[in-house]
Design a protein. Structure first.
Lengths: 176, 477
């Protein structure tokens, strides 16, 4: 007998699903998730999800990129092989700016994506919900709430009742 | 999409006046639902390969072979096979480079700038336009890489990328050409990343559908690239933030890329190039040419795949209006250049412009004016915008005109520089013509692969703009 990962409930309209998420949030669950085929406006608040931390990665990437661009050009043109070009100073932030600007954007892009992947735990090719038979519609036209068994408030009967009251259909157990 | 009523108290004025009902533009016609969108877009990837696709693919491959032949001959022989000679040492190579890179800009405008401006109509043309951007950058990159002749020198001894030469001297970072290397390679990389991030949820949809249909090899391939996406809202939260930040940095990026491309000219001292209007003028021209190409590609796609419900007349209207606006900006820039050439009282500058319009290359100048200034003015008329065939023909004219714009700027200025003794007339060689002609094949080849194997519209984004997606229910539908 495999262990239970949690309970999954199906919803077919956005408004009903949205209010169900609010009910699960208000019931005090923390280890649960909502599966949707597209990002639903305002669902973060309905679920009690905090603001994403991706911008911290982006900021770090951007600063790294700018510093890399400026210091590389200084190093190459004023230190490693200092060469007078047009009688001008070896280094000036003015002429180094376009390259530093582009590197700021390049590094920010990579940092943002790496941050998104890390925070989302991607790539993750195995996950209990991925093998659920109903999952094919999670990326198509259905909405699901999954409440995990490891949630301290999880109780097979009571959680099932909550999902039923919120309008969830086809409530099923997910195997680990 | 209404805000929470509890969060915002209604303004007091609402008790006295009834707000006018402004109907929102319908972005997906015929009340299509989520599943219809999935079936429609996935159906293109999952279905049989159409016969026309093979024909187009074959023709595109043959056309692309012209570029391969031209470049092979160039590398085997030397850059002398191109028609560049004093005084025109820059010609078709940079004309074609600027032409292709400019086309890419509309894709980023649609995916990034319109995202920040919350223009929801962008969703259905976003994916294909971004693909267009990437393939246009590929075509553009061919020219600077191959103009160094021995292409391996572009990396070391650093004819393009920053590596010291054999005397251990580094690149001149004061040169806009070196800035261009960074701008274009960053642009290409960020465009690919942005495109891929947008693709992840849709690749997940394809993975699940192929798994359900029992086609496990394809499920594995799409699943690999979907990275295990499961559409959980905790994932969407980070995903949406990442997407917003990418849009936020792609916007200054796209403006900087064509600004730096224009610096290639503006920072020199050649009459006709050395003008401060170049950066905004080039950016407007790039978006203008890009929308020409977006319409050139999207209108046939819409007809072939019966996408009228997703790319509606409203979408075509919006694209035509942006083309009109940017085309008019370009027309303004042309006249302002002329005015400043006269007002600046520099005889060389004045001559350069009179020579453009009435000299040996006047034919190119008037093709440019006809295609870029007059053509878009037809988009003022609703009847024109509703005639898809006519819109497509006008879009082709825009493409032609923008190629000639770069030709006029680059070649006329160089062919008649300061000393009459060094004047010349430039004509392309067969090798140049082959290489440029073939890039249309390279572009089409890549684009055909894209429409065959990748969902051509971001399903998750299109689903999120239909009334059914509104979590508070939409009273009007």
């Amino acid at each position: 007998m495999k262990e239970t990962y949690g309970l999954i409930a199906t919803f077919d309209t956005t408004p009903r699903f949205y209010s169900a998420c609010e009910k699960v949030r208000d019931a005090g669950y923390s280890q649960w998730d909502a599966l949707t085929p597209f990002p639903i406006h305002g669902l973060d608040a309905a679920m009690g999800v905090r603001r994403s931390k991706v911008p911290r990665f982006s900021l770090a990437g951007g600063i790294t990129g700018f510093v890399t661009g400026m210091s590389f050009i200084w190093w190459a043109s004023a230190y490693e092989y200092a060469l007078v070009v047009g009688g001008k100073p070896y280094f000036s932030p003015m002429y180094a700016f376009p390259v530093a600007y582009e590197l700021t954007i390049l590094f920010t892009a990579f940092a943002t994506i790496i941050g998104m992947f890390l925070l989302n735990g991607l790539p993750m090719h195995y996950h209990p919900v991925l093998k659920a038979p109903q999952f094919v519609r999670a990326t198509d036209d259905r909405f699901y709430i999954v409440i995990e068994a490891r949630d301290p408030k999880f109780d097979a009967a009571r959680t099932r009742a909550l999902l039923e009251q919120s309008g969830g259909k086809d409530i099923a157990e997910l195997e680990e | 999409m209404g805000a929470h009523p509890a969060e915002h108290a209604a303004p007091a004025i609402l008790s006295e006046v009834r707000p006018a009902v402004l109907p929102r533009a319908i972005l997906v016609e015929n009340h299509r639902d989520f599943h219809w969108i999935t079936e429609k877009i996935c159906g293109i990837v999952e279905g049989q390969t159409p016969v026309w696709w093979w024909w187009c693919f074959g023709i595109a491959g043959i056309v692309a072979s012209f570029t391969v032949a031209g470049l092979t001959y160039l590398v085997a022989t030397g850059v002398g096979v191109w028609g560049h000679a004093n005084p025109v040492n820059w010609a078709w190579d940079i004309v074609n480079f600027v032409f292709w890179i400019g086309i890419g800009h509309a894709g980023t405008l649609i995916s990034a700038i319109l995202c920040l401006l919350r223009q929801k109509w962008r969703t259905s043309i976003n994916r294909a336009s971004e693909a267009m951007t990437i393939f246009a950058v590929v075509c553009a990159a061919i020219f600077p890489v191959f103009h160094v002749g021995r292409i391996w020198f572009s990396i070391t001894p650093g004819w393009l990328f920053p590596f010291p030469n054999s005397n251990a001297i580094w690149q001149n970072f004061r040169s806009p050409l070196e800035w261009d290397v960074f701008a274009v390679s960053t642009y290409g990389t960020v465009s690919v990343l942005f495109w891929y991030i947008g693709l992840i949820p849709d690749l997940g949809t394809l993975r699940d559908r192929f798994t359900a249909a029992g086609k496990l090899i394809r499920a594995r391939i799409y699943g690999f690239f979907a990275m295990g996406w499961r559409g959980s809202n905790r994932q969407w939260s980070n995903y949406e933030m990442a997407y917003l930040i990418l849009a936020g940095i792609a916007t200054p990026l796209v403006l900087s890329v064509h600004t730096i491309v224009s610096f290639d000219f503006a920072i020199s001292l050649i009459p006709g190039w050395h003008t401060t209007i170049f950066p905004p003028y080039f950016v407007a021209g790039a978006i203008f040419s890009g929308f020409g190409m977006v319409m050139t590609l999207m209108l046939p796609l819409r007809a072939v795949f019966r996408l009228e419900d997703l790319i509606t007349q409203y979408h075509i209207d919006c694209m035509c209006k942006i083309t009109l606006a940017t085309g008019t900006m370009v027309g303004y820039a042309y006249s302002m250049e002329f005015f400043i050439a006269w007002y600046g009282a520099n005889p060389y500058e004045g001559f350069a412009f009179v020579n453009r319009a009435f000299g040996h290359y006047a034919w190119a100048y008037w093709i440019m004016i006809g295609c870029n200034v007059i053509t878009p003015q037809f988009f003022w008329f609703k009847a024109v915008r509703e005639n898809t065939t006519l819109v497509w023909c006008l879009a082709i004219m825009v493409n032609v005109g923008m190629w000639f714009e770069r030709f006029v700027i680059i070649v006329t200025s160089l062919a008649r520089d300061f000393l009459p003794s060094s004047w010349g007339y430039y004509s392309p060689t067969v090798v140049e013509i082959f290489t440029f002609f073939g890039t249309f094949g390279v572009f089409s080849f890549l684009f055909l692969l894209f429409i065959r194997f990748v969902p051509i519209m971001p399903m998750s984004e299109v689903k999120s703009v239909i009334p059914l997606a509104d979590p508070h229910g939409s009273p009007k539908h």
